[in-house]
Structure formats: structure tokens, C-alpha cells
Write a protein of this length. Structure first.
Length: 481
């Protein structure tokens, strides 16, 4: 059963909204953060920690787990993603962790939940300001950035080689920097195309529920057929490409890479040096892909709103939706009676390009500012271990990062989730691997927003973005020598 909103059974306190807390022992306090409020996040984290002694951080091959004893009250500050399913999963795993060993019984976890666009600057703000942030959730490709900038500590001493090998190799690679393991993942990912069967039936469309279905060129007229209007107003859109309302690389960056055959500069998306984007992001094929994306939002037959609509697919305002399989858990939660008929097909790729889904997902990191590094690492290890990962999957329903769990959960032997397990092996590609990923994504999101919401020439927008990205990441030159 999913923890109810406001539950504090896990011994955690979640900050997400501006609603007043009547009883902090029984209610969840939720504070929606914005970029402008990130300094406040750091201040809150600093203020919320007691001055417990610093945990030793020396080397050694054996796992170093000697956190506080069962009778001692200890607080951990945990920065994570805002979202009902994510908070429910986090609380459920923390609850199980506290029950797994008496020495964790009196640990309180203060959860600071922020929107996707704010989580990355919030981590850096907290670390730079000296806030006693203990652990955090981060997108896998950002871990190299945090490792390079000393915003996360290595976790090798807490995991044996066998324990690290229990994760999928692509997941380990994302959490590793220069051969050192910094961060285990909780999930893997691959986005495919969901569709609302009631809407496709009404439009006379029968999408093939197979791994390789439509090309981009074939998909567009079908997206257009499902758009519904009431006069001049659109009531149902044809497509939402990507989760949430963010314009970031995870899904939006797929399109430009799918315009090139596998292994081509366009498909690679960035040079192997991790700092060169010219000749990769601005190829003729990539520019044509950006033009194609723009047509979704602008022109005579748009299929997507220029201003993203939250939960557009789940609220039945869009016929098609590009997302990982966590969408299945959201549909099950919002429509427990099964009155949302949906199907899934492989993500479209360009006819002369390739099918691409971006892999990797959320990882956990421990802050160098933590005074309870061993305890924070113990929680990370449990959350990503056999028991924690199983609890997490039961709520989120997204590809697990642990090999044995992926191979044993029955959902991935049947459709629609079977298609995601097949897709990640058939056309999954890691996002570009560079410590400059965080800077890249910020500029890329700005580019995508401008493509959708302005009439500026695509070539000029892309050239400007490439220049900004290369300037921002130049400091990382030679990082992988």
C-alpha cells in the first residue's frame, strides 16, 4: 500500500509546500522551491542539523559502517526530487531501513523536496555554502560533475566489489568517475511512446505495440490526427515529448541524436573529449531534427503546447506521451479501477537515423559536508540494496538498476513493461558522459524552450547554444586524459 500523503511513519520530515504544519509528527510539510529560493534551501539545511561529530572518512577495503547507536537521536538531511510517487517510495524505504537494525531506530531523515529543474543547483548551493546536507538524489549523468567539483564523496569503501557488480554495468559507469565509484543508482531508464487507446481509437489509429513501430516521419501525421479542438482552442494535444514540464536533455535531447545513424557524430552528440559540441550538435542532420521538433509547437498543425502542461497525459489532455515505464505506476495510482486504457510502442527514430532512448536514472550521493557520512552511506546502501530496491520498484514501477531484480520481477516478462526491458538493450544509449553535463543541460533546456516559444532561426539558436555550452565546459578540458 502506498504511504498516504502526510504520513510520517518513516521517521522522515518532508518539506514541499507552503501549507502550515499543524503537527510535525503526523503531517508532511511540503515546500515548493524555485531557483530563487535555493539559498533558502541551503540555509534550512544548515539550520536543521545538530552539531554531531564528524564521521571518519579514511580508506580501507572493508565496508565502514559504524553509525550512531540505537539510543542516540540523529538527524540526516536528504535533498530529493519533488513528486508524490518519489516521496512515497523514499518514505517506504526509510521506514524499512529504520526497522532493519536497532541502531537506525532513532534516526530522523529531513527530506527537502524540490522540482526537477531546481535539484541540481540546490545540491551545489548547499555544498558551496557549507550546509550540512548529508545525502542527495541526483541524475546519473550529473554524478561526474559532482565528483569533479568535490560535491560528492567516493563510496567505494562502503561497497564490496561483488556488491558493485550487482548493478547493471551502465549504471555503475554513470556513478563512476576516473575509475572511482561515487554513487549507486536506484533505477535504470528507457523512454518509449505511450498512447491513450480511447483517443487513438477515436482517431481511427491502431498504433503497433512493438519495439520498432513508427519512424518520426510516420508518427507526425498520427499525432496530428489525435489533436482535438473546440473552436480555436485545443482541448486534447497530440503529443507530450517527455516527463513533467522541463525542457531538459533526458528526453528532448534524444531527437537530435536519433537523426544520425548509430556511431555518427550526430548520434554521439558530443566529442569523446567531453567538451566539444561543434560538429556534433550542429550537424545538418541535427539542425533538421531541431526544425522537426519546432514543428511540434509552431506552424499550422502543432501537436504540442508551447507552454508545457503538468500531467498532460495522465489528465487525458494528450494522446501520445514519451516516458519511461514509471508512467505505468502513475497511471495505476491515479486510475486504480483501470479506467485508463493505454498502450506502449517503441520510441520513434528518423528513417535515415536511429532509434534512441537515453539510459540511466536517479542515483544517490553523499555530501562532503555531512557530519554523518557513514550513516548517510548506510542509508544509501540500503536504499539501493536488495530490500530497498524491491520496495522502491513496488511503488515507482521503473526499470531497476539491480540485475537480479530486473531478471526476477514478473512485470518485465509481460507487456507493456517487457517492451522497456527489450528497448534498453536494443537501442538504449547513455547520455553524453562529461563532468560538464550539468552546464550543458542548462543551456540545452534554454535552447529547447526558445525553439518552442520563439521564431528565431533554428541555426542561430543552435549556434548560440553550442558556443555557450563550449564556453561553460571548457574548464573540464583534459578531465578524461
Amino acid at each position: 500500500m502506498r504511504p498516504q500523503r502526510g504520513s510520517n511513519g518513516s521517521g522522515s520530515h518532508v518539506s514541499r509546500s507552503s501549507e502550515p504544519v499543524k503537527n510535525p509528527l503526523k503531517e508532511v510539510h511540503v515546500l515548493k522551491q524555485s531557483v530563487a529560493a535555493l539559498a533558502m534551501v541551503a540555509a534550512l539545511l544548515l539550520a536543521s542539523c545538530g552539531g554531531t561529530p564528524a564521521a571518519p572518512s579514511g580508506g580501507g577495503e572493508a565496508p565502514a559502517e559504524q553509525p550512531a547507536g540505537g539510543g542516540e537521536a540523529v538527524t540526516l538531511n536528504f535533498l530529493t526530487l519533488d513528486g508524490d510517487d518519489m516521496i512515497a517510495a523514499t518514505n517506504a524505504v526509510i521506514d524499512a531501513w529504520k526497522k532493519s537494525d536497532p541502531k537506525y531506530a532513532n534516526v530522523t531523515v529531513n527530506i527537502q523536496a524540490v522540482p526537477f529543474a531546481d535539484i541540481f543547483p540546490a545540491i551545489e548551493t548547499a555544498v558551496a555554502s557549507g550546509a550540512e546536507l548529508d545525502l542527495f538524489l541526483a541524475d546519473g549523468p550529473d554524478m561526474k560533475h559532482y565528483a569533479f567539483n568535490n560535491a560528492a564523496i567516493p563510496l567505494e569503501k562502503y561497497f564490496t566489489k561483488e556488491e558493485i557488480a550487482a548493478f547493471l554495468p551502465i549504471n555503475v559507469e554513470a556513478g563512476t568517475y576516473k575509475g572511482v565509484f561515487y554513487s549507486p543508482g536506484i533505477m535504470e531508464s528507457c523512454s518509449n511512446m505511450f498512447f491513450n487507446k480511447d483517443m487513438t481509437d477515436a482517431a481511427g489509429i491502431n498504433p503497433p505495440e512493438v519495439l520498432t513501430g513508427w519512424t518520426m516521419e510516420e508518427a507526425l501525421p498520427n499525432w496530428q490526427k489525435t489533436v482535438q479542438r473546440d473552436g480555436s482552442s485545443v482541448t486534447v494535444w497530440g503529443l507530450r515529448w517527455g516527463q513533467g514540464t522541463y525542457w531538459g536533455d533526458y528526453e528532448h535531447g534524444i531527437v537530435r541524436r536519433a537523426a544520425g545513424p548509430k556511431g555518427s557524430p550526430t548520434n554521439m552528440g558530443m566529442a569523446p573529449d567531453g567538451v566539444t559540441f561543434k560538429g556534433y550538435m550542429d550537424t545538418p542532420e541535427a539542425l533538421a531534427a531541431f526544425e522537426f521538433q519546432r514543428s511540434w509547437y509552431r506552424g499550422e498543425n502543432p501537436v504540442s503546447p508551447q507552454e508545457p502542461i503538468p500531467d498532460i497525459f495522465f489528465n487525458k489532455q494528450s494522446a501520445f506521451y514519451i516516458s519511461p515505464d514509471n508512467a505505468i505506476g502513475t497511471i495505476n495510482r491515479k486510475y486504480p479501477n483501470g479506467d485508463f486504457r493505454f498502450g506502449v510502442m517503441g520510441i520513434p527514430g528518423f528513417a535515415n537515423g536511429s532509434q534512441v532512448c537515453h539510459t540511466d536514472s536517479w542515483h544517490f550521493g553523499v555530501s562532503p559536508a555531512s557530519k554523518q557520512q557513514d550513516l548517510a552511506a548506510a542509508l544509501v546502501k540500503y536504499m539501493t540494496g536488495p530490500e530497498g530496491a524491491k520496495i522502491w520498484f513496488g511503488i515507482i514501477k521503473q526499470l531497476p538498476a539491480r540485475t537480479e531484480l530486473l531478471n526476477t520481477v514478473p512485470e518485465y516478462k509481460e507487456m507493456p513493461q517487457k517492451l522497456f526491458a527489450e528497448a534498453v538493450q536494443a537501442y538504449g544509449q547513455p547520455r553524453i558522459g562529461t563532468p560538464g553535463y550539468t552546464e550543458y543541460q542548462q543551456v540545452f533546456a534554454e535552447l529547447m524552450k526558445n525553439l518552442a516559444q520563439t521564431d528565431a532561426p533554428v541555426s542561430e539558436l543552435v549556434a548560440d547554444a553550442v558556443s555557450k555550452i563550449e564556453s561553460a565546459v571548457a574548464k573540464y578540458k583534459g578531465w578524461n586524459d
